[in-house]
Write a new protein. Structure first.
Length: 240
């Protein structure tokens, strides 16, 4: 077993993203094959690599294996295009890179929890893809930005966090679970386009319209402070 690594480097200059494959014949044209452990090459995408391993173990069909590669690319693009250009996104990445490998190693000792974690990752990929489409296109161009973070998905994720915390209670992940739980509670019920406004992506494609700016301020919680200040100023002006 080896790794397919993109010939294009990451935005920070590191080697392009990698994922496990059975042999060089399974690498796309824009990827190079490397023998050895992908975990040492993929720049910290621990759970994406583990998901690829899981798929490899489940099927030996190269067609089915290659069919999953676009999903990995979507997750990498979400990291680079969305998370790295958002204050909250960088916070999430920092937590992930600091503790992700240690958490994955512990989950490997509990196969059912690991399986549930990978399922959540797969489910989230649909939201991730729609968020990327909403960042690139307007709703008048293509149907995008309309998927919703449903309560069922949030409950499944929170139940998973609870069960992991109950299984490895002394491993020091409480602060991570708490922060991730806060974020999940915040985005519950939002559409993927709402999430974009809430994240306040730096340097998005094209200038923001006035309506987009208002929406972003609402999601950041500042809008009503501005409205109160404007109303106060108007009242004071009328009195004077």
């Amino acid at each position: 077993m080896g790794c397919c690594c993109s010939i294009f480097p990451n935005p920070d200059g590191r080697m392009g993203d990698c994922y496990p494959v059975n042999g060089p014949e399974n690498c796309p044209e824009t990827f190079n094959y490397h023998s050895g452990n992908c975990g040492l090459l993929n720049g910290g995408c621990f759970f994406v690599g583990e998901l690829s391993n899981h798929i490899l173990d489940a099927t030996k069909d190269p067609i089915l294996t290659k069919a999953t590669h676009p999903a990995f690319r979507v997750l990498y693009d979400f990291r680079d295009v969305i998370l790295r250009r958002s204050e909250i996104g960088r916070e999430v990445l920092s937590l992930y890179h600091s503790e992700g490998q240690r958490l994955l190693n512990l989950l490997k000792q509990h196969p059912e929890l690991l399986r549930r974690t990978l399922k959540v990752l797969v489910d989230a990929t649909f939201l991730v893809q729609d968020t990327l489409r909403a960042q690139r296109f307007t709703s008048s161009e293509v149907a995008c930005g309309m998927l919703t973070v449903e309560g069922k998905m949030v409950k499944e994720f929170r139940d998973l966090l609870h069960d992991i915390a109950e299984t490895i209670p002394k491993e020091g992940f409480d602060h991570i679970f708490h922060r991730v739980g806060e974020i999940i509670d915040t985005i519950e019920g939002m559409t993927t386009r709402d999430i974009l406004y809430w994240l306040d992506i730096e340097n998005p494609r094209g200038p923001k319209s006035f309506l987009e700016i208002i929406k972003m301020e609402i999601y950041k919680g500042y809008f009503w402070y501005y409205m109160a200040a404007i109303i106060t100023a108007l009242v004071v002006g009328l009195i004077l």
